[in-house]
Design a protein around this ligand. Structure first.
Ligand code: EAX
Length: 326
C-alpha cells in the first residue's frame, strides 16, 4: 500500500490544518491470486478493482497481480500477515494452516451442491468463520468461490477408488485433503499451485484435482488426458485483506472495500456458473476423456475417515450444522 508515504507527505504539507485532503489522496492496493486474469478469479479481481474505483470516487485504486506472480497461496497469505501484500483471493486450500477452524469447509462430500455451499457461506456459519479468520492476523472480507473439485490424471480413467491406487496426485497443502486422498488409495503430494503445471508436464506427479474453472484457466488439458467428475470436495475461495491495510481504513473506506468485495463475489460466482454449464463439453472439446458416470459412494466411504483431522480438534457440531443448512 502506497498510502503511508503519501499520507506522511500530505500530513507534512498540511501540518497544523485539518486533514481534509486525506479523503482525496490517491491510495492503491495490490490484489493477488494464483490464476490467469481470464479466470473466474481474474473476473472477480477486475470487478473488485472497478467497483472500488467507482464507489470511492477514484480515491482508491487496486491493481491485479494474477497467475501466482507474487507466489503461491500460502506465500501470499503470509504476505498479508506481514503487509507485503494487500488483498488476496485464495482457495481455502492452505488457509487451514493458519486458521484451522476453516478445515470444516474442506471436508470431502460435505456440501451437496452449489446452492448448499453458497447458502452456508452467505449465512451465519460463513460469518462465524470470517470472524475466526479475523482472530489469526488476517481479515476475511467475503466468501467467494473456486468450485467442486474433480480428479484428472494421465495414467488411466479413474472410475473407482481402486483406480487411484498408487497414483501420485498433487493436492493442495491441506491436511484434510491429503488425508482423504491417502484414505482413497492415492499417493498425495502437496504442492503450491504455481509449480503444478510443470510438475504435470514433467511427470513429477501423475494427476491433480481441481474444479473445471481451474482446469480451463490453466489449460491442464495440455498435460492431462482423463478427468473424472468426482466432485469430491467443494473448494471455497475467500477474499482476504491484510490487517495492516484494514486497520488503517476509516469506516467509510471499509464500506467501499466491502462493496467492492460483494461485486467481486457476484462476478466470480457468475463465471463459475457459466463454466459449470459449459463443463463437460468444454473439457471434451479440448481433448480430455471425461468420465461422468461416477459412483461416489465408495469414494465417500473411504474419504470420510479424513473428517477426524477436523473433528478430533473441534468436535462434530459444525459439521452437523453445515449438513442441516437447507
Ligand atoms: O485457488 O491450488 C489449487 O489447486 C487451487 O484450486 C488454485 O490455486 C485456485
Amino acid at each position: 500500500m502506497k498510502r503511508t508515504i503519501i499520507g506522511l507527505a500530505a500530513a507534512t504539507a498540511l501540518a497544523g490544518t485539518a486533514l481534509t485532503g486525506a479523503a482525496q489522496a490517491q491510495n492503491s492496493v495490490t490484489f493477488g491470486h494464483t490464476l490467469s486474469s481470464q479466470s473466474h478469479y481474474g473476473v472477480g479481481a477486475q470487478a473488485f478493482i472497478e467497483t472500488l474505483a467507482e464507489v470511492s470516487g477514484g480515491a482508491w485504486t487496486a491493481t491485479e497481480a494474477p497467475a501466482g506472480q507474487l507466489g503461491g497461496e500460502r506465500d501470499m497469505i503470509e504476505g498479508l500477515q506481514i503487509g507485503s501484500l494487500d488483498l488476496l483471493l485464495t482457495s481455502t486450500g492452505p488457509l487451514g494452516n493458519f486458521v484451522p477452524e476453516v478445515y470444516a469447509l474442506d471436508l470431502p462430500f460435505l456440501f451437496r451442491d452449489y446452492d448448499h455451499a453458497r447458502t452456508t457461506l452467505d449465512g451465519e456459519i460463513g460469518q462465524e468463520l470470517l470472524e475466526s479468520i479475523g482472530a489469526h492476523n488476517l481479515v476475511g472480507l467475503a466468501w467467494s468461490e473456486n468450485g467442486f473439485r474433480h480428479v484428472t490424471n494421465s495414467v488411466r480413467p479413474v472410475t473407482s477408488p481402486d483406480d487411484l491406487d498408487g497414483l501420485k496426485l498433487r493436492t493442495m497443502e491441506n491436511r484434510v485433503h491429503m488425508a482423504a486422498f491417502a484414505e482413497m488409495g492415492a499417493a498425495p503430494t502437496p504442492m503450491a499451485f504455481p509449480e503444478l503445471f510443470s510438475a504435470l508436464q514433467q511427470g513429477v506427479v501423475d494427476g491433480q484435482e481441481n474444479p473445471i474453472t481451474v482446469i480451463k484457466a490453466s489449460n491442464f488439458w495440455e498435460v492431462q488426458d482423463y478427468v473424472s467428475l468426482t466432485g469430491h470436495v467443494y473448494s471455497p475461495a475467500v477474499l482476504l485483506v491484510s490487517p495492516l491495510v484494514w486497520d488503517g481504513l476509516s469506516d467509510e473506506e471499509q464500506g467501499w472495500f466491502r462493496e467492492a468485495a460483494a461485486a467481486s463475489v457476484a462476478a466470480t460466482r457468475a463465471e463459475v456458473n457459466r463454466l459449470e454449464e459449459a463443463g463437460v463439453a468444454l473439457l471434451r472439446e479440448n481433448g480430455m476423456e471425461v468420465i461422468t458416470d461416477i459412483d461416489k459412494a465408495p469414494f465417500r466411504a473411504l474419504a470420510e475417515a479424513a473428517y477426524s483431522v477436523y473433528t478430533d480438534q473441534y468436535g462434530t457440531e459444525m459439521v452437523e450444522r453445515i449438513i442441516a443448512v437447507e
